[in-house]
Ligand binder design. Structure first.
Ligand code: 13P
Length: 257
């Protein structure tokens, strides 16, 4: 299915563990000034948690939204080291990234906790961006659909259709993250179609029609146009290239219609 083009494109930058507050504020200021005129694409950046206040302060009243890369389900409590969705909201975040593969891989994030984090985000006014994706072995073994469907099934869990419709998905194949190897448009579309078909089977039709599915994994200015030409690709979650102002702005430019 591809009733795509009513969905507004979204380009997001995941800065991962880069840029302390001073550097992050300078980077955000450069993006803010360069992207001022962009009205036709939604924009978001995910700085490391410690840099969020500096970035929020820099981009206030601009078209750049800010998100937290990882939050637990709890607003507060005895959870040493965790980020609270309520506190993320309080300091000006609009988004929460849920289930990034680096959090799953490096810190043992589970599908069940991803679901809890989505719920926590929704409860405290954050828009969840759910990351899903398969490993190179899983794709080679023909398990793409099975892996994506399992991640989606547990992550959405008991969400009602209205809640589900507020979730954005980022399809990020593990083999494309930070490797310089991007999924070809065909491979990306194949996975995005699996995701949208799952949404269609699981929820009333408006959820699949409204949900933005972003592609992430070695996105650059040179490959974004081919990816965005796919009927089910609604934007990108950009890692490495989001650390370079020119590269990120070129990607945003390519996403404008
Ligand atoms: P790269 O663009 O560096 O491959 O990272 C993708 C990613 O993990 C975005 O969340």
């Amino acid at each position: 299915m591809s009733p795509t083009r009513s969905r507004r494109r979204l380009i997001a930058g995941n800065w991962k563990l880069q840029f302390g507050p001073t550097h992050a504020a300078a980077h955000a200021a450069a993006l803010r000034d360069r992207l001022l005129a962009v009205e036709d694409v939604d924009l978001a950046v995910f700085p490391t948690a410690m840099s969020i206040p500096a970035v929020v302060d820099t981009v206030k009243r601009s078209n750049l939204r800010v998100g937290v890369q990882w939050a637990c389900a709890h607003a507060e409590g005895a959870y040493t080291g965790a980020n609270s969705p309520a506190m993320a909201r309080e300091i000006g975040c609009g988004w929460v990234l849920c289930g990034h593969s680096e959090v799953r891989g490096d810190f043992g994030e589970t599908d069940a906790r991803v679901h809890a984090a989505i719920r926590g985000g929704l409860k405290h006014g954050l828009l969840p961006m759910l990351c899903v994706g398969e490993s190179v072995e899983e794709r080679a073994a023909g398990r793409l659909r099975e892996v994506l469907e399992r991640q989606l099934e547990v992550a959405y869990g008991s969400l009602h259709a209205d809640e589900a419709a507020t979730v954005t998905i980022a399809y990020e194949p593990l083999w494309a993250i930070g490797t310089g190897v991007t999924a070809t448009p065909d491979k990306a579309q194949e996975a995005h179609a699996v995701i949208r078909k799952w949404l269609l089977g699981r929820f009333p039709e408006f959820v699949a029609a409204q949900t933005r599915v972003l592609y992430g994994g070695s996105v650059k200015a040179s490959n974004i146009a081919g990816l965005l030409a796919c009927p089910d690709v609604d934007g990108a979650l950009v890692g490495g290239a989001s650390l370079d102002v020119d590269a990120f702005c070129a990607i945003v430019d390519a996403a404008r219609r």
